[in-house]
Design a protein around this ligand. Structure first.
Ligand SMILES: Nc1ncnc2c1ncn2[C@@H]1O[C@H](COP(=O)(O)OP(=O)(O)OP(=O)(O)O)[C@@H](O)[C@H]1O
Ligand SMILES: [Mg+2]
Length: 288
């Protein structure tokens, strides 16, 4: 399978949300990483065929996906960033409802619903109304509905929004345990959600991919190194202004900081291995 994004652009009135994005995706897990407004959702909606590109096209094995119509949609599983649940439905009813929209055979749909609710840990809540669900439970239900048709292309827009740390770990294991004969796209602004499970990470900024590669490779792009140092409280305001701070902890009289810098940020700083989080902050620190 080869999913090609060819020079995709989307302009809303005077706002360019996605600008001339091209890449080729084959079976594997891809993380679209970017800050708010980077263009992730718009790009995903163009891939799914919900938003029409201003320019460019999406192709699957050489065929334009819009002209493929139903044939493309049958291969697709999608979790939108904003998902409209029907609050009066139970989790099970909701799954069966989506199954019918997707045209799944009712007996198959019931079996699949049971399997998937178990997979996302909602089997005990199958007959509870969605209205009573927490944000994290709704998100898990959203992931389950995206899997109903056993999609070859699975696209999850911010699947971990609202999940607690335990649920995030569960989600990562769920995705990395899935069979590898699909294209999985996960968008997020949280580095740790995708750092260890993605085969490739595509970092988006202002509508473009600015970095693209496996996490290990991207980490080598960190300009300079990671540092740890302890800064006396009264020197902190100035230090904070000057440095790219990744992390800071208040201790008694000092602030312990993790910094990305080309040169030693201050006397006594210890050099540490850079991480993808460091790289991300180097690129987005100014926007956060
Ligand atoms: N329908 C629209 N009309 C006008 N502008 C839009 C529309 N949809 C998105 N935009 C703009 O396009 C840019 C990209 O938005 P998009 O939602 O794709 O970003 P994102 O990376 O998904 O952000 P987030 O992390 O907040 O979900 C933003 O500046 C946004 O304001
Ligand atoms: Mg978005």
């Amino acid at each position: 399978m080869k999913l090609e994004l060819e020079r995709l652009s989307k302009q809303f009135k005077n706002k360019i949300a996605v600008e001339d994005v091209s890449t080729v995706l084959t079976e594997g897990i891809y993380g679209f990483l970017g800050a708010n407004g980077a263009g992730k959702t718009t790009l995903i909606q163009m891939i799914c065929g919900i938003v029409e590109p201003t320019a460019g096209e999406v192709k699957l094995d050489g065929k334009n996906t819009i002209s493929m119509g139903e044939d493309f949609r049958d291969l697709l599983g999608y979790l939108p960033q904003e998902f409209g649940y029907t609050p009066g439905f139970t989790a099970k009813d909701f799954m069966l409802y989506i199954s019918s929209i997707k045209g799944l055979e009712p007996r198959f749909a019931r079996k699949r619903t049971e399997e998937l609710l178990r997979l996302v840990n909602l089997e005990d809540e199958a007959n509870h109304k969605v209205r009573t669900f927490s944000g994290g439970m709704k998100r898990r239900l959203g992931i389950a509905q995206a899997l109903l048709n056993d999609p070859r292309i699975l696209i999850l827009d911010e699947p971990t929004a609202g999940l607690d740390p335990k649920e995030r770990v569960y989600f990562r294991n769920l995705i990395s345990g899935m069979s590898r004969d699909r294209i999985i796209i996960i968008s997020t602004h949280i580095v740790s959600d995708i750092e260890y499970i993605s085969d490739r990470i595509l970092v988006m900024k202002k509508g473009r991919f600015i970095l693209d590669g496996p996490a290990e490779e991207l980490v080598r792009e960190v300009d300079g190194g990671g540092w740890e140092c302890a800064v006396p409280r009264k020197e902190w305001p100035e230090f904070e202004q000057e440095q790219c701070i990744v992390n800071a902890h208040n201790r008694d009289h000092v602030v312990e900081a993790r910094v990305v810098s080309r040169k030693m940020p201050r006397e006594g700083a210890r050099m540490v291995e850079p991480t993808l989080e460091d790289l991300y902050l180097e690129y987005f620190g100014d926007e956060l």
